[in-house]
Structures are given as structure tokens and as C-alpha cells.
Design a protein around this ligand. Structure first.
Ligand code: ASP
Length: 589
């Protein structure tokens, strides 16, 4: 065969035997495409050696990553651009197809200037938060590249600043620059991208050395090892071994029907005071002086300070009387502040708030966040500091909770299947509960859903097709169930194996009240779902289907999009006066 014919043939074959990204089922691609935004703030991961030492280098990272095959699939990117299969921007990078059959497309945005994280300030946290907010709807997940020195502070701060978070945010960095032959940057970045792109873990997390941690639980413990972080009071949210194992029971959810927003007004008049034997009254007094408004007091063991130092206690009392908020945290790496000792009780008596098992980094960020809420009075702020806002403290459940592992039903099945070990029992539980929860959602059985949740079922997990109870309840238009699921932490960003979100299901089945509630909670259609929307709208317009058009409109879709032939729904329905009026008059949501 001649060369030109071979080229034509292979081109034809590429259309008739499409790459997975082209295959579609019901208008959605079977290979889920996900978009991750990488926010580069600086840190060792992108540093180069200079005469004065390692320092960040701007505008270098994306070009370097484009040459690393595990971080960029050149062939796929070229192919997709050639056939315009994806709206792949010139600056986009794409990972090779993941084991879970997902294409993670990522774009790097750099904050300016790039910083060694030792130079970070709360204003920089604000910049990162604003960047997340501006790009929230356009991406499925986020990775923040950051220096390790103050990563625990930024992760803690962002965990509070990001209110009603529904998507995965992962901070990572490295101990050795990614440009060096032997480095930890590549695997940290790859792991973070895979997590942010494939799992909805609606938390600010930190990924390092094969472990995903809750961001407000970590502390940097090693300046030299690749294993630089520890989360002493909470096991990792996920382990990256041969496969990713997500500890779903530990994942924190905001249990809300409110939309994501960022709070950037952090109070800067906060500090950390570490007590030590012989600390002088003058030092304590000076530290607590105005304009100080909030202090993390790092005490001994389970929250103890000397109770034989009336001078010291007097200074603390004077400060709390002046409305300075003092939060007690232990100097120990593990464990919590409790009232076991008389020396600990004394602090409570002078108005110091026990900080449970918070890290000092989390306590400082929480103080800065809570004291930055001008609408709250002091009593409300103190109350909020005692509450578990983002999983930063351990709350021991009252009474014993029956878990599905203990349930007679699961045990019966396990017996029938000759299962005895814990791992197999958990596997049976994990396989069965999503299906049971979806059935309950289908039949509108709220009691069954509640029972499953009480037994520890994760109402956000999907069945064999990735369909969650929220997908099913949205199809059914069951507002009560949808409300319950959202208030129980179900995510509006779950996608089934066809790439469909619960919002898409509610639109397709035309349930206006469910669509409105999902939108209020922050739901939006993914870029993958929006691919053929123009044609769909034109076809509804052609059929005179006003309810169908209203459903899309309520779902936040611009009704002026063009179909495959370049016509807008308005042009299609010039002759349908009622639809014409609606398209012309209803403002876009
Ligand atoms: N000094 C560096 C930083 O925090 C250390 C690192 O990234 O590992 O930016």
C-alpha cells in the first residue's frame, strides 16, 4: 500500500475504531475525562540551584513536565488536538490513561511571585483561596504545589477558608527538586493528580510519600527524609500502594446544601506561645499585649501548665478578661488536651479553651479564621472554637455504633459465602451497601437509608456503575431524599461510569425542584456533559418541548448554544411562539 493511502486508512481506522475517549454511550464518553488545576505556589519541587542556594524558577515547570512520559502523554495530546476531540488548551498536559480508565487533563497556573514557603503569609493563603474559587466550576479537582516548610500551616488555613467544599484539594511538594535525577517530586505530583482527578474527597488534603492526609492534621516532622509529614492523631485518608485504598469512613464531609465559597478575611493578630520551665511573667505579659487577639498556648502533656505560678496565671486571666482568646494545645506530637490533671484544670479556670487534639498549626489557623468573622460576637467565636469545623479534632462518638460489619445481614451473607476474615467481610460490605443504598433511593425508602447510614455505610459511594444514591434520587425527583443525602454529606460532584452527575440526571428526568436544590448546593454540569448540549437543546426546541428546555435552563445551561449545524434553539423555533418567548425573555441563571 502506498504511503498516502496508508495514512488515509489509518486515519479512517482511528475514526471507526475510536480511542476510548471517542466512544460514547447516551451522549457521554465512556472514558471519563477529568480536569485538574495545578496551582504552583513555589517550594522545592520547582526550585533550581542558584549562587545563593535553591530558589523557585518561574515559567519552567509546565515545559519540564511535558517532557516526562509518566506526567504527559505526548501522543494522546497530539492526537486529540489533531481531531479536536477534547478542548485541550495549548498549555494543558495529560496523564497516560489511568488504571481506572480515566484521562486526567491538567493545567498549571503559577502564582506570582513563586515563593519559598518560609516567605508565605496569610495574604498568600488568600491568593490561593481566590484562585481556587475562580476556577472551582471549571475543574474536577485541584493540586497545590507548595514548599514543605509551611505546608501544614497553609493546608490548615485553606481547610477553614474553603467553606462547604465539595471537591478534592491536594497540597503536595517535595524534598528534592523535580528537575534532579533522583527526586520525590514526580511521584508526589503523580499521586496527587491521580487522587484529585479520580476521587471526590471533599477535603483540603496533603499528599506526601504515598500517603494522603487530612491537611489540618499534619505536621512536618523531618527535614531530610522523603517521609516528611506525620498525622499523629488521625490515620491517613488514603494509602497509595499497588492500588489506592481510600479510608472512606474517615473522610470528612461538610453535610450541607450550601454552595462552596472562600473566606479570606483571616485575623493576623494571632500567635503561638510555647511554655517552658522558667518562662518569665514579663515574656508572657509582653506576648499577650494588644493588638494580640488570639493565642495558641502550647502546654505540657495533656494540657498542663504550672499551677504553682500565680503570676503567670494572673497574666493569662488578665488577657482572657480583655477578650483575648487562648486555645490550649499540647506540645506532644500525639494525644489531646484533657482535664486529667489539676495543672490542666487551672487553665480552664482562667478562661483558656481546651484545644483537644488539634495540631498547633491547625489551632492557629482556626483562631485566625474564627476571629476573622466580624459578624460573630465573642461568645459565638469561643463556641465555634470548641466545635469540630473541618475534622481538625477527634470527636469520640457517644455510645457504641453498630457497624455494617456487625450487622446480622452482612454476617449471614458472610457465613453463606464462608467468609471469616475482616478484610473479606469488609469487601462484602463495601460491595453490598452502595447497591442497597441505591435501591433505597429508588424506592424512596428514607428509613432504610437512615438505617444504612447508622450502620456506617458511606452514602457517597457508587455501585458497580459508579451511580450513587444521589444519582438515583435525582432521577426519581425525590426532593426529601435528595435533601437528606446532601445533608448527610453526599457529593454533588460524583460522576457515574458514563460521566453523568446527579444534576444531569435531574435535568434529563425534568425535576425542577431537585435541579434547583442541586444548583444551590453548587452542582454544575461537567465540561464532558456540556459537549453536545447545543444539539440537544435544538432538538428539544424542534419538538416544542418547553419543559425539557426549562430543565436545562434551570440547570444553569446557556440556551443560546448552537447545535451541530450552527443553529441556535431560537433559530430552530422561530415558528413556536411560546418557546420563542421563553428563549428570548428568560434571563440566564
Ligand atoms: N524551603 C522549602 C520551602 O518550604 C522547603 C521545601 O519545599 O521542601 O519552600
Amino acid at each position: 500500500m502506498a504511503e498516502p493511502e496508508r495514512a488515509v486508512l489509518s486515519r479512517l481506522l482511528s475514526f471507526t475504531q475510536p480511542s476510548p475517549a471517542l466512544e460514547t454511550v447516551g451522549g457521554c464518553q465512556t472514558v471519563a475525562e477529568v480536569r485538574v488545576l495545578v496551582v504552583n505556589t513555589g517550594g522545592t519541587i520547582g526550585m533550581i540551584p542558584r549562587s545563593e542556594g535553591l530558589a523557585p524558577e518561574a515559567n519552567k515547570l509546565a515545559g519540564a513536565l511535558a517532557k516526562i512520559p509518566i506526567l504527559h502523554d505526548v501522543a494522546y495530546a497530539k492526537e486529540t488536538k489533531l481531531y479536536s476531540r477534547l478542548a485541550l488548551g495549548d498549555d494543558s498536559l495529560v496523564l497516560p490513561l489511568s488504571k481506572e480508565n480515566k484521562r486526567i487533563i491538567y493545567t498549571i497556573t503559577e502564582l506570582s511571585p513563586l515563593l519559598d514557603s518560609a516567605n508565605m503569609s496569610p495574604a498568600d493563603w488568600g491568593k490561593i483561596a481566590k484562585c481556587l474559587e475562580a476556577n472551582y466550576e471549571k475543574h474536577d479537582g485541584f493540586v497545590i504545589l507548595h514548599g514543605t516548610d509551611t505546608m501544614a500551616y497553609t493546608a490548615s488555613a485553606l481547610s477553614f477558608m474553603c467553606e462547604n467544599l465539595g471537591k478534592t484539594i491536594v497540597l503536595t511538594g517535595s524534598q528534592v527538586p523535580i528537575y534532579e535525577l533522583r527526586n520525590d517530586g514526580r511521584s508526589n505530583l503523580l499521586g496527587s493528580l491521580l487522587i484529585a482527578g479520580q476521587f471526590v474527597i471533599p477535603e483540603v488534603c496533603l499528599y506526601f510519600y504515598n500517603k494522603l492526609y487530612r491537611g489540618n492534621r499534619v505536621t512536618k516532622v523531618d527535614a531530610e527524609s522523603f517521609n516528611a509529614f506525620s498525622s499523629p492523631n488521625l490515620p491517613p485518608l488514603a494509602n497509595a500502594e499497588v492500588d489506592f485504598t481510600i479510608n472512606w469512613e474517615t473522610v470528612w464531609r461538610s453535610n450541607t446544601t450550601k454552595k462552596f465559597e472562600v473566606h479570606t478575611n483571616m485575623n493576623s493578630n494571632v500567635g503561638i506561645l510555647r511554655i517552658f520551665p522558667g518562662i518569665t511573667t514579663a515574656a508572657v505579659k509582653a506576648f499577650l499585649q494588644s493588638p494580640m487577639e488570639g493565642v495558641v498556648l502550647e502546654t505540657y502533656g495533656s494540657g498542663n501548665a504550672p499551677n504553682n505560678r500565680p503570676d503567670l496565671l494572673e497574666e493569662l486571666k488578665k488577657a482572657t478578661d480583655r477578650d483575648v482568646v487562648i486555645l490550649n494545645c499540647t506540645q506532644c506530637l500525639r494525644g489531646a488536651v484533657s482535664l486529667v490533671y489539676a495543672t490542666g484544670k487551672t487553665l480552664l479556670d482562667v478562661g483558656v479553651i481546651p484545644g483537644a487534639d488539634m495540631t498547633p498549626e491547625a489551632a492557629l489557623a482556626k483562631l485566625s479564621y474564627v476571629l476573622g468573622k466580624p459578624q460573630l460576637n465573642l461568645a459565638e467565636k469561643r463556641k465555634m472554637l470548641n466545635e469540630n469545623l473541618r475534622g481538625e479534632i477527634t470527636v469520640i462518638p457517644i455510645g457504641t455504633r453498630i457497624t455494617l460489619r456487625d450487622s446480622k445481614f452482612i454476617q449471614g451473607i458472610a457465613k453463606y459465602l464462608y467468609i471469616s476474615c475482616k478484610e473479606e467481610l469488609e469487601a462484602v460490605r463495601d460491595a453490598l451497601t452502595p447497591a442497597l443504598a441505591c435501591t433505597a433511593a429508588k424506592t424512596g425508602d428514607l428509613d432504610a437509608l437512615k438505617a444504612l447510614q447508622n450502620m456506617g455505610a458511606n452514602l457517597s459511594s457508587g455501585d458497580y456503575d459508579g451511580r450513587t444514591p444521589l444519582h438515583v434520587a435525582s432521577c426519581e425527583g425525590n426532593l426529601e431524599l435528595v435533601t437528606y443525602l446532601l445533608e448527610s454529606g453526599a457529593t454533588v460532584y460524583a460522576k457515574d461510569r458514563f460521566g453523568a452527575t446527579p444534576l444531569m440526571n435531574a435535568i434529563k428526568f425534568r425535576h425542577p425542584d431537585v435541579i434547583s436544590l442541586l444548583r444551590k448546593t453548587g452542582a454544575h454540569l461537567s465540561s464532558q456533559e456540556l459537549v453536545n448540549v447545543g444539539t440537544e437543546l435544538c432538538s428539544l426546541a424542534f419538538k416544542g418541548d418547553i419543559d425539557g428546555l426549562r430543565a436545562w435552563h434551570l440547570g444553569g445551561v446557556d440556551l443560546n448554544q448552537q447545535g451541530y449545524d450552527g443553529k441556535s434553539p431560537l433559530q430552530v423555533v422561530m415558528h413556536h411562539v411560546d418557546i420563542y418567548d421563553m428563549l428570548l425573555l428568560e434571563p440566564n441563571t
